[in-house]
Design a protein around this ligand. Structure first.
Ligand code: FAD
Length: 395
């Protein structure tokens, strides 16, 4: 990637690519072990929700007919490598939600009788909030299932073609704000970078864990990475931008974490890991105050929130289950960080504490797993750069 690592990542960020690389090296081991804990590895997903935006009964689109063209000849490959198999969940990683009547029961079982788990979900679900950037009602839906994220890593699935293209196109279209162009330009820029950074991060993971159909191994594919991400410095930069958004949101909630419990009696180290991670972040990483600063801000912010909510709902139009799972996790993670960044500011201390106390278990799970996705993307980008330089010096 032809980019200057000592450059700042954007007008809203007072920090360089290199500084983020260094920060990421420090937190990576803790992030890996945090998302592997029982509290953070289950996400709740409604698999039966219809796509709310267009007629969507083309079941074929899970199949090889709509798959990506990076695999030359799908037909010659065995069934277990077909996109419908790669994009599905691994056996036994889904549990019917046995906690329908008591949201905390599932974690209570994990906590081996620890009484209290995370504090807030019950209150939250009754609370009609207008500060959400995603639809948190899904987490209470009776059709939702619990999926073990660690058993379903985000990687190459073969999902692609027109169906995936349509999803990406409609996500980018959500960046067409009706509010006056000039004052909306920074907000539009943030929106675009968020979506493009998500897209690039997914592209990085699918290239980093790519199925080599000759050897049957999952391995990095440098050519694919360059074609999707590496040849576009702007896309790489948007991954770093998203890292800045998520880490600033985490930095901001640090003083208000005291009431949140993460199954502590089951695994005491969870909260310590969180604090260790956040203590590496720097408030200069993103300046959210610049985004909505003039008279139109309230209107613009409402529109921004509604449009980002659409993005989280468009995930229900993704046909590949595994892609949809990670799409939901990450859009929920971004939605949660936007809520923290843009809704925590004007409030007094008590209100701030209240917003943090009311974060649901699944918003927290999404937030930290999205940090992990970005942290892994940055790790992979540095690895791809090394592979690229090795290739250059071999030639
Ligand atoms: P696409 O990635 O579909 O992109 C369409 C167009 O968008 C490109 O032609 C380009 O002009 C533009 N574009 C591409 N990247 C960017 C960017 N970063 N910023 C701005 N513009 C860009 N596939 C997997 O193998 N594993 C997954 O886990 C997975 N998860 C997905 C999750 C979601 C929500 C979606 C919608 C798709 C997912 N896919 C996944 C599919 C994957 O993202 C691609 O759509 C697919 O690999 C086909 O890629 P493509 O090269 O045809 O272009």
């Amino acid at each position: 990637c032809k980019m200057d690592k000592d450059e700042k990542i954007g007008s809203t960020c007072e920090i360089t690519f290199q500084e983020i690389n260094e920060m990421n090296k420090k937190i990576r081991p803790d992030v890996i072990s945090l998302v592997a804990t029982d509290f953070f590895k289950y996400f709740k997903l409604n698999l039966y929700k219809q796509c709310p935006f267009w007629e969507d009964n083309n079941a074929q689109c899970l199949h090889r007919a709509c798959a990506v063209d990076v695999v030359e000849d799908w037909d010659s490959l065995p069934e277990y490598w077909q996109p419908d198999a790669l994009g599905s969940f691994s056996n036994d990683s889904i549990e019917e939600d046995s906690t329908k009547d008591d949201e905390c029961k599932f974690l209570d079982q994990l906590c081996a009788g620890s009484g209290k788990t995370t504090s807030s979900l019950d209150n939250k679900l009754e609370d009609e909030s207008n500060v959400d950037y995603c639809d948190t009602a899904d987490f209470a839906n009776r059709d939702s299932v619990l999926v073990d994220l660690s058993a379903n890593p985000e990687r190459f699935t073969g999902y692609g073609g027109k169906q995936a293209g349509q999803v990406w196109q409609s996500i980018y279209q959500d960046n067409c704000f009706t509010v006056n162009e000039a004052s909306a330009s920074l907000a539009k820029d943030v929106f675009y970078r968020l979506v493009s950074g998500l897209h690039a991060s997914i592209g990085t993971h699918l290239s980093n864990e790519y199925l080599n159909t000759e050897t049957g191994k999952w391995e990095p594919n440098l050519d694919l990475f360059m074609a999707r991400v590496g040849n576009f410095p702007e896309r790489v930069s948007n991954i770093y931008f998203n890292y800045a958004i998520i880490s600033k949101a985490l930095w901001k909630i640090q003083p208000y974490l005291k009431n949140l419990e993460f199954c502590n009696s089951y695994d005491e180290s969870v909260k310590t890991k969180i604090i260790d991670i956040i203590s590496q972040f720097d408030s200069r990483i993103f300046n959210e105050d610049l985004v909505f600063e003039d008279d139109l801000s309230l209107l613009l912010k409402d529109e921004f929130r509604q449009r980002f909510k659409n993005v989280t709902e468009i995930m229900d139009c993704v046909h590949c289950d595994r892609c949809r799972l990670w799409g939901k996790v990450q859009t929920t993670g971004y939605a949660t960080s936007l809520k923290i960044l843009f809704e925590l500011d004007d409030a007094d201390e008590e209100t701030k504490q209240n917003v943090v106390d009311k974060l649901t278990k699944y918003e927290l799970i999404a937030l930290f797993n999205t940090l992990d996705r970005l942290s892994k993307s940055i790790d992979s980008i540095n690895n791809f750069e090394r592979l690229y330089n090795e290739r250059l010096s071999d030639n």
